[in-house]
Design a protein around this ligand. Structure first.
Ligand code: 2HA
Ligand code: ZN
Length: 275
């Protein structure tokens, strides 16, 4: 099969296009990675160049040794992924030591995978271990309302989680573990990757102050649904603060949240509910 005919590539491209349509990917902002299944790679192997040179990842991810990933390209625009995928995205393979990668497909006009490759791979390694291999996707976007909130709220996991949960009944059900917050840091390197992957041991969502958000999940729809829910919640919160200066007339209480756990078969992170 041709790479561009494969369902996992179509799903990958759909997220890039939807994220751009949402306004989360100005210029070359944001990036996406997907840990492919062996049978998916097998199905497109006729088009893969296994003789490509090995390059340094800039992080060590032994838990991802010998695996293949789809990733957006560094400096590439999400706007262009759907119309020119071969120029904008790539399939890479990580070597047996987890320190190097090679580009086996895509980026036909040159380039490297996303500048956030260390964060993507370290996060993918953490969530793969945490979920016994179920999680495969890491998505980074510059969601407008989430970024706005990082100027207004204290940069604390508890504050962000509770405020976002309050903004819609489905929020605590969609992200019961809550959200983590990384203070402002230089993007692209190992330091921010380590800080983010520490949060991913607990959360499916890490907010980068004054920059954007990282989310993770098992498949394209679930991961998209998560980021869409979080950003919608942030949008409501921005509207509430704009109208009220943060003084809510009423809200969903912690007792209300507790009533959701049984019917929806979820367990919320107790740290974030007042006791
Ligand atoms: O690729 O979003 O964080 C541009 C970015 C880096
Ligand atoms: Zn970014």
């Amino acid at each position: 099969m041709k790479v561009l005919e494969a369902a996992f590539i179509k799903g990958f491209i759909r997220i890039c296009a939807n994220g751009y349509a949402k306004g989360w990917h100005e210029r070359n902002g944001g990036n996406l990675s997907y840990r492919a299944r062996p049978e998916e790679i097998e199905s497109v192997k006729e088009e893969l160049n296994e003789n490509a040179p090995w390059r340094e990842i800039g992080a060590t991810v032994p838990g991802l040794a010998n695996e293949y990933f789809v990733a957006t390209g560094s400096g590439k625009y999400m706007m262009n992924v759907a119309c020119d995928p071969e120029d904008s995205i790539c399939i890479i393979k990580v070597d047996e030591t987890g320190t190097k990668f090679k580009i086996v497909w895509g980026l036909v006009n040159g380039g490297r995978p996303t500048s956030e490759l260390p964060s993507h791979l370290m996060n993918l390694e953490v969530v793969k271990a945490r979920t016994n291999g179920a999680y495969r996707i890491v998505y980074h976007a510059h969601c407008t309302n989430i970024i706005a909130l990082t100027f207004a709220l204290p940069l604390e996991d508890k504050v962000f989680t509770h405020e976002l949960w309050e903004m819609a009944t489905e929020c605590p059900i969609v992200f019961p573990a809550g959200v983590g917050v990384v203070p402002w840091m230089v993007p692209g390197g190992e330091e921010i990757a380590i800080a983010t992957s520490k949060l991913m041991k607990t959360y499916d969502i890490a907010i980068w102050a004054h920059h954007g958000i990282f989310v993770t999940g098992p498949d394209f729809d679930t991961t998209w649904g998560l980021i869409d829910t979080v950003e919608k919640s942030a949008e409501i919160l921005v509207k509430v603060y704009s109208m009220t200066g943060g003084k809510k007339t009423q809200t969903i209480t912690d007792e209300d949240f507790r009533q959701l756990e049984g019917p929806f078969n979820v367990k919320f992170n107790d740290e974030f509910l007042g006791k």
